[in-house]
Design a protein around this ligand. Structure first.
Ligand SMILES: Cc1ncc(COP(=O)(O)O)c(C=O)c1O
Length: 386
């Protein structure tokens, strides 16, 4: 049949975005909604970032940049690895991307061929499997639970690889939706098994900087072959600027450069020039103040949600999510989230986005908003479910 969408475009929708649309519609009808469905900072970008963007616009000279990103930004990112992790990373190994989302498409294309297989944990961030699927790469989802603190283990990888060869492993730490982080030992063991078996290790470190419990370590500390993805969207409060980065093993630098040249030529120059200022000490002061708000929000939810009846919370080590069980109230979190939006005025994302098999019993609350919002949400839920 002519005129049909491709099979590869048949990816699942992102339910969080559908909840967002429903929440916006409720607001449009004049209802108050506490917005906890999407993972984006409520705070604006730091002032030095905004000033750098204004200066870039005022210069009027905005053009294509190098496909891998402007040198000052790649150098600033390399400096961040020295400062935050004590790592000596060459700016040549850094690719500036359109958010971490842009980095994933480049990394997947550079590292994997059609039909190859990439292991990842569930619950997990849905775009990984959907994007891999669209590129003809198989997402091998491995269920994790409380017994491993929601982490993949070397044993799980060895077992899956023995059943049918894998070509890569993809994890996020801290993770979305769980907020849970790998211990340094668990991360090291997983990176080492990837090296031993010859599997690419992709580490999504987008929630670094937002860690409340445990120790934040980069996969790069354990192997120069790790592909590390990060973004200005979360800690740096620059979600809409669509800017992120990737640290690549030497072997993938030219392949990613060539793919980027052909896929989109270059990233947005305003965002690149602005992002350099995200590493200013003055930006860090603002960003750390925002992180303190998240820490307070986290404390409110960890205290109040279990008392309201959301009795199984996963460990909220970092990021700005609480993934909580709704089983006491419902075995259908989609329906529960719909009612919660209309009856309690609280928007959150149902679990099936992140875990097709078990997500019906869970819901994800984002606490990236203001403390007043979070307290109001807890009050509303308490009144609704009493
Ligand atoms: C784990 C994880 N990775 C990647 C992304 C994509 O973020 P961006 O493309 O804005 O960098 C998100 C967004 O929520 C996320 O939660």
């Amino acid at each position: 049949m002519p005129f049909q969408p491709s099979n590869r475009s048949r990816v699942e929708p992102f339910i969080a975005m559908e909840v967002l649309a429903a929440a916006v519609e409720r607001e449009r009808q004049g209802h108050r909604v506490v917005r906890m469905e999407v993972g984006q900072p409520g705070a604006p970008a730091p002032k030095p970032v905004v000033a750098a963007a204004q200066a870039a616009i005022a210069s009027g000279r905005l053009g294509y940049t190098e496909a891998m990103g402007i040198r000052p930004l790649r150098e600033a990112i390399a400096g961040h690895y020295a400062g935050a992790y004590g790592l000596d990373v060459s700016p040549d190994r850094i690719a500036v991307t359109a958010g971490s989302s842009g980095a994933f498409s480049l990394a997947f294309l550079a590292a994997f061929d059609v039909g190859q297989r990439v292991a990842m944990p569930t619950p997990g961030y849905p775009a990984y499997r959907n994007l891999l699927g669209a590129l003809g790469i198989e997402a091998v989802e491995i269920e994790t639970g409380a017994d491993t603190r929601w982490a993949l283990t070397p044993d799980m990888i060895r077992r899956a690889h023995a059943q049918k060869p894998l070509h890569g492993i993809l994890i996020a730490s801290p993770a979305n939706p769980t907020g849970t982080m790998y211990s340094p030992e668990a991360l090291k063991a997983l990176v080492e098994v990837a090296d031993e078996l010859g599997l690419w290790f992709i580490s999504d470190e987008i929630y670094h900087g937002l860690v409340f419990a445990g120790e934040q370590r980069s996969a790069l500390e354990f192997s120069p072959r790790a592909i590390v993805v990060n973004s200005f969207s979360k800690y740096y409060c620059m979600t809409g600027w669509r800017i992120g980065w990737m640290v690549l093993p030497e072997m993938l630098v030219r392949p990613v450069d060539r793919l980027a040249q052909n896929l989109y030529l270059s990233n947005n120059e305003i965002s690149q020039r602005a992002a350099v200022a995200a590493f200013d000490p003055a930006s860090a002061v603002e960003l750390d103040a925002t992180r303190a708000v998240y820490a307070a929000n986290r404390a409110v939810l960890i205290d109040r949600l279990p008392r309201i009846g959301f009795d199984e919370l996963l460990p909220v080590d970092g990021a700005f999510y609480v993934y909580a069980s709704v089983k006491r109230f419902s075995n259908d979190s989609l329906e529960f989230a719909r009612r919660m939006l209309v009856e309690a005025g609280v928007a959150a994302t149902p679990g099936p986005d992140f875990d097709a098999a078990r997500g019906h019993g869970f819901i994800r609350f984002s606490f990236a908003g203001t403390e007043t919002d979070i307290v109001e949400a807890a009050d509303r839920l308490q009144a609704w479910l009493k």
